[in-house]
Write a protein that binds this ligand. Structure first.
Ligand code: NAD
Length: 328
């Protein structure tokens, strides 16, 4: 398949591009390079520096590259920033996506894979299934839910088939340590804990130690970035059905606490992680983890990294060899 991967120079997109190429598909990347890294994409893969909201640019790429399916990773994903600057998120994550979809339909491209998020659920009782009511508690989650709703309407009207994958916490890096996570600013727990272990930052702050969880800290569901990528390829067959409207949670289903992540980093790195305990942060639900039975049964999706230890090992391999990310 000729697959357009928008946001393909970012963290999850670049891992998916690599897996697509390994599986014999032909990925083509679009990224506006606001957060993307040229070095995350192999030099032989076409990379266009373009905005997904630029319909004429997108039409030109869709046509010249004979694209058959679009995978959409291009978004801003800083929850705090989405609260302070919501319009930036509504325009980039929702409105730009509608332009992309119109360009696709103009060009007759009718297969779409969308990166949605567990943030569409808000503060709910886990384990979270696809039917759990979605009530996002921040603009970021709302922008993703808005796109999900638009897709539900567009699919039957235009014969678009789509899968919306609701990722839980993406983590880890390619097995060979050659590509990995490099966000600036970084807000994700595992790279921040590495920075505390290696004295790049003074300590790691643990927000809330009195949650009703086994060790008092928040529980999250860390899912390996290559496991996420495999689901994107596994769904191709389902997209052959015109109008297919598919929603899947992608998580391991294994709840992991903040303290367990820190312990895993200490074990893998052999380094001590300095910690500071802080009060709970507003808007942090105690526990978020998936029931991903639907993806497993319908797509035959198999998680190859079900627990935190091996996920941290791959992340450490990347981090150790690239202490300053792609700028190393
Ligand atoms: N990382 C996670 O844990 C997580 C969890 C749930 C959902 N998601 C979603 O997965 C997707 C990928 O996340 P990530 O962590 O790889 O983020 P990322 O920032 O590393 O990658 C996103 C890429 O999209 C590009 N981009 C953004 N807006 C664009 C636009 N208008 N036009 C072209 N390119 C644009 C950025 O430059 C960046 O390279 C996002 O949609 C995010 O919301 C991520």
């Amino acid at each position: 398949m000729n697959v357009l991967v928008v946001g393909g120079a970012g963290y999850i997109g670049s891992h998916c591009v690599r897996q697509l190429a390994q599986a014999g598909h032909r990925p083509v990347v679009v990224d506006n390079m606001v957060y993307g890294h040229r070095a995350a994409v192999a030099p032989e893969i076409p990379l266009y520096d373009a905005q997904i909201g630029d319909e004429s640019a997108m039409r030109a790429i869709l046509e010249s590259e004979k694209i058959e399916v679009v995978m959409h990773f291009a978004a801003y994903a800083y929850v705090g920033e989405s609260v302070s600057d919501p319009l930036k998120y509504y325009f980039n994550n929702s409105v730009a996506t509608y332009h992309l979809l119109r360009a696709m339909l103009d060009c007759g491209v009718k297969k779409f894979v969308f990166s949605s998020t567990c943030a569409t659920y808000g503060d709910v009782e886990p384990p979270i299934v696809e039917e759990t009511p979605q009530n996002p508690i921040n603009p970021y989650g709302q922008t993703k839910l808005d796109v999900e709703h638009a897709l539900r309407n567009i699919a039957p009207a235009h014969g678009l088939s789509f899968a919306a994958f609701r990722y839980f916490n993406a983590a880890g890096a390619a097995e060979d340590g050659s590509i990995g996570e490099d966000h600036n600013p970084e807000t994700h727990l595992i790279p921040l804990v590495f920075d505390a272990a290696t004295s790049k930052r003074e300590n790691i702050q643990i927000f809330g130690t009195d949650y009703p969880t086994p060790d008092g800290t928040c529980l999250r569901d860390y899912v390996h970035v290559d496991d996420l990528s495999r689901a994107h390829i596994a769904v191709f067959e389902q997209l052959n059905q015109p109008g297919a409207a598919l929603f899947y949670n992608l998580g391991t289903g294994t709840p992991t606490s903040v303290r367990e992540v820190i312990a895993a980093v200490e074990q893998v790195t052999g380094m001590k992680v300095p910690t500071v305990e802080k009060p709970r942060r507003a808007g942090d639900p105690p526990a978020l983890y998936a029931d991903a039975t639907k993806a497993k049964t319908e797509l035959g999706w198999k998680v190859q990294y079900p627990t935190i230890g091996p996920i941290v090992e791959t992340a450490w391999k990347w981090h150790k060899s690239h202490p300053n990310g792609y700028g190393s």
